[in-house]
Design a protein around this ligand. Structure first.
Ligand code: CDP
Length: 219
């Protein structure tokens, strides 16, 4: 079996990145970093402090002083945090302050792991442009909004379908149109549209791609 050392997995919200990253991490024995949680932690702390996510100076300070406990905030995945995280994610100083930490994780995996998978928006383009494998997982806005709607329902919430779609569209727009590290497939990335694929089919297709393109690595 090939053993990639660094896998970069990018794509928009609810395209299936999280589930695929966890499965690939298990399959190839890699440490997984969900980089969205870093931006979420910054966005959440700003809201908790009663500050404006557009306040660039404050957002940069929060990003520079992020603590592990910030990643455990129970509101990390709320819709308010989602929107706030994508506002702070457009601030260059916030991205700069989170960059070194992500690269360090990629370079020096936690003990017991020989490699890493990072999922996010700019892993293949900015954080790990030399990754062994670059993946871009996407799906239509309608398919992704429907998935998020069902996730919210399964979690016991009472979401409004149209609002879920509108909020996702506004985050897509902000993430794709920002000047710094916009959401984009990296050159040479394997682009997979999961609109009509279940998780197993998407996983199999990615593994087939990796097996066909990655050179075996000596342990
Ligand atoms: O869970 P979901 O896919 O909806 O979002 P996420 O991956 O947790 O990311 C939350 C927000 O963080 C995104 O909307 C982006 O604005 C930002 N983000 C980013 O800019 N760069 C990354 N590498 C990861 C996330």
């Amino acid at each position: 079996m090939v053993r990639p050392r660094v896998i970069a997995l990018d794509g928009p919200s609810a395209a299936g990145k999280g589930t695929l990253a966890r499965r690939l991490a298990e399959h190839y024995d890699l440490a997984h970093l969900d980089t969205g949680s870093l931006y979420r932690a910054v966005g959440r702390r700003i809201l908790r402090d009663g500050r404006d996510p557009k306040d660039t100076k404050y957002a940069a300070e929060v990003a520079a002083s992020l603590q592990p406990v910030d990643l455990t905030d129970p509101e990390l995945r709320s819709e308010a945090t989602s929107q706030s995280s994508s506002i702070v994610a457009a601030i260059p100083a916030v991205r700069a302050n989170l960059l070194a930490w992500q690269r360090e994780f990629a370079k020096n995996p936690p003990p017991g792991k020989q490699g890493v998978i990072l999922d996010g928006r700019d892993i293949g383009t900015v954080i790990c442009p030399d990754a062994d494998v670059k993946l871009f997982v996407t799906a239509s806005l309608e398919a992704r909004a429907e998935r998020r709607f069902r996730e919210l329902q399964a979690a016991g919430a009472n979401p409004i379908r149209r609002a879920v779609l509108d909020e996702m569209a506004s985050r897509d727009k902000r993430d794709s149109e920002r000047a710094t590290a916009p959401l984009l497939p990296a050159p040479g990335a394997f682009v997979l549209d999961t609109s009509a694929l279940d998780v197993d089919a998407a996983f199999d297709s990615i593994v087939a791609f990796i097996e066909s393109t990655t050179r075996p690595r000596r342990a």
